[in-house]
Each structure stands twice: as structure tokens, then as C-alpha cells.
Write a protein that binds this ligand. Structure first.
Ligand code: CA
Length: 220
């Protein structure tokens, strides 16, 4: 999963980036509304964390622009403490959720998880595909109850597939959703991680759909 993080306060932005990366997300960052708007217009994000008080263009304007342009990615806004009118304006502008500053990082991570799974129509934070299960809260993956240790890249890839059960996902889509803009994307990167995942999961768990991409098979 790939997130856009928009926050102009450097210390908070660093804390957020670190926490989100540790939770397994690829993170692109912007520290002003103009760059945020451009990134949201040109890159596919699975969710956006958007501070409302931003230099150059404010967060509310950015959000209104995205929504009027038909962009539907889930957006969590960060509002000033006790500013109920900001929350109302943000939700009316198309925000999916809000969090008032200061907040606990665990709460932000839980809200981001919820936004991402709801965008895929999933009800539970525990994703299951036959014997294969992935707990988005703990980052734990098991097959038949047996833990499968994964690297962060392997986890991100599997999580993306498990959020889309039965869907064929192209290599391009995976590349765009698994790596931030500054990541050195080699065209073979996805295949390398698919191959590594296949060695750790039951045989045929990840199907290759010729010419189209990959699909998670039902693991017996
Ligand atoms: Ca701010």
C-alpha cells in the first residue's frame, strides 16, 4: 500500500513517516498544498493523510480540488484541536475521516487501516484467503496457523493482493502501489518479490495470469 503524507511541520512529518513505514506502507511526502495537489493528481495512492493548515495552498482547497476532479482515494484529515468547524468543513469537502491534533500514533494507524480496508469493501482487519491469513493490525501472516516471517517488501506485496481477493493485479499496478516515488523501481523488482513470496507460501498461492498479472489463489 502506498500513502501520501502531507504535513508541513517537519518533526511531526518525520514521526508520521517513520510510523507509517514501520507499519508497512510506502510513503510519499509533501510539505505544502501545491506539491500535495500535484502528487495526488499524478500518482495512485491507497490513502492520504492530509494536514489542513498548509503553506501555499491550504488542505481544504487541495481536498476540494481532488474531489471535484473525481479522485476517490480515502483521505484522513488532520485538524487543529477543538476546531469542530474544520472537521465539518473537511468532511463536507470529501474527507473520509479526521483526527484532531495532538493524536496518538496508534489511533492514526488504526484509522488508516480502516480507510484502506473499507475502500476495498472489507469488513475485518483480519484478511483471510483459505488457510492464509494476514492480520493488518499486527502485520502477522500465517498459513494454517503457522507463522510466516516476511520482509517489509514481501508483506506489502502480499497485503496488497490480500486486500483484493480474486482480482487480477497487473505488474504495473503493483509497482505503482508498492513503492514511493523516490524508490529505484526496476522493472523486475515486482517479479523478484513475487518469487521470494512464492518460496515462503504454499505452492500456487500466487497465480500468474498470463499477460495480465497476478492473483491470489485460494490456499487449501
Ligand atoms: Ca500545518
Amino acid at each position: 500500500m502506498r500513502l501520501l503524507l502531507v504535513e508541513d511541520e517537519p518533526t511531526l512529518r518525520t514521526q508520521l513517516r517513520t510510523a507509517l513505514q514501520q507499519a508497512g506502507y510506502a510513503v510519499d511526502e509533501a510539505d505544502n498544498g501545491r506539491d500535495a495537489e500535484h502528487l495526488g493528481d499524478t500518482e495512485p495512492f491507497d490513502a492520504v493523510v492530509l494536514d489542513l493548515g498548509l503553506p501555499i495552498v491550504d488542505g481544504l482547497t487541495v481536498l476540494q480540488h481532488w474531489r471535484s476532479a473525481g479522485r476517490t482515494m480515502p483521505v484522513l484529515i488532520l485538524t487543529a484541536r477543538d476546531s469542530w468547524h474544520e472537521k465539518v468543513a473537511g468532511i463536507d469537502a470529501g474527507a473520509d475521516d479526521y483526527l484532531a491534533k495532538p493524536f496518538h500514533m496508534e489511533e492514526l494507524l488504526a484509522r488508516v487501516r480502516a480507510l484502506i480496508r473499507r475502500a476495498q469493501g472489507l469488513a475485518s482487519p483480519l484478511l483471510q484467503c483459505g488457510a492464509l491469513s494476514l492480520d493488518t493490525r499486527s502485520g502477522r501472516v500465517t498459513v494454517g496457523g503457522r507463522p510466516v516471517p516476511l520482509t517489509s517488501h514481501e508483506y506489502r506485496l502480499l497485503s496488497y493482493l490480500m486486500h483484493r481477493p480474486g482480482q487480477v493485479v497487473s505488474r504495473t499496478e503493483l509497482t505503482e502501489h508498492l513503492y514511493a516515488q523516490d524508490f529505484d523501481r526496476d522493472s523486475n523488482t515486482v517479479e523478484v518479490f513475487i518469487a521470494r513470496l512464492r518460496r515462503k507460501l504454499p505452492a500456487d498461492a500466487i497465480e500468474t495470469v498470463r499477460g495480465l498479472g497476478y492473483r491470489l489463489a485460494h490456499v487449501a
